[in-house]
Ligand binder design. Sequence first.
Ligand code: COA
Length: 321
Amino acid sequence: MHARITGTGGYLPAKVLTNADLERMVDTTDEWITERTGIRKRHVAEDGETTCDLAEQAARRALEMAGRSPRDVDLIIVATTTPDRVFPSTACQLQRRLDVHGCPAFDIQAVCTGFVYALDVANRFVQTGAARCALVVGAETLSRILDWSDRTTCVLFGDGAGAVVLEASEEPGLLSTHLHADGSFENLLMVPYGVSQGYDKVLAGEAFIQMKGNEVFKVAVNTLGRIVDETLEHNKMDKAEIDWLIPHQANIRIISATARKLRMPMERVVVTVDEHGNTSAASIPLALDVAVRDGRVRKGDMLMMEAFGGGFTWGSALLRF
Ligand code: COA
């Protein structure tokens, strides 16, 4: 049994923060942000608007495109690093909102690679017959774990959610997924406090993203170069057979480096980082949804997804849409 994406959905909070807005908040310029990252604006959740709120909208849109109702769903996986609560998981909260009862529902935390991890797990459920209609969501409110006085991080991230419906199919859809992690890089990118290691620090507002950006950049470019090679070799496929690169959207320079490695012109790369910033686990399903809805990605196209994030984690997926 194969697993195919039959619907996509995306949702961005209404509030927009432009580079000009950030110029008024920290010592930065529109020129610096645009040149170094490609980001022009990002969406930010309003007070009280949560990851699950965004996830629900994206999930409903994906189900609608797939022509499925919530009662068809028999697996819910939400990739997030910014859950609404310690528990229940965001997936369980989403399940309640969709009025779905009884199917497995759980969160996956692999930071910016979270969606690829979730897709891999859902694929295994579908391939083994344990699920026939999975809802796979990447949803984040990264704005909540940013220090808005730190110009080296606050200009980079945004909030949003993307979702896909992954269904059992006779036709091949997902061809392969490749997951990796190496925890030894934690000092380059982390939130230094969490539940077990100092909840008081979380409550005191000290649990914010810390990053050595230029070091992360170098590792990301090299690692993503390797994962696209691994993916092509595994499938005995030539670069030229990829129709669309759907990368994690962290920085246009990282995206361009991977595109060059694949010898893909930027017209074949879905770029949303300019409009969304880095939405972590939401960025790939959001980008996919944009390109499906504007007619670029069509049924039968060969897609390569790749992501890199905190952990470090990294991964890829090759699929026939
Ligand atoms: N505005 C203006 N100047 C800024 C700035 C900002 N928002 N942020 C940093 N700077 C300054 C730095 O202080 C530094 O100044 P200095 O030379 O006087 O010390 C200078 O710009 C260069 O900083 P550097 O970090 O070397 O820049 P960079 O070209 O590497 O770009 C990133 C910084 C963060 C955009 C880039 O490294 C990056 O995208 N890294 C990967 C991030 C990422 O993808 N993280 C998530 C993984 S999913």
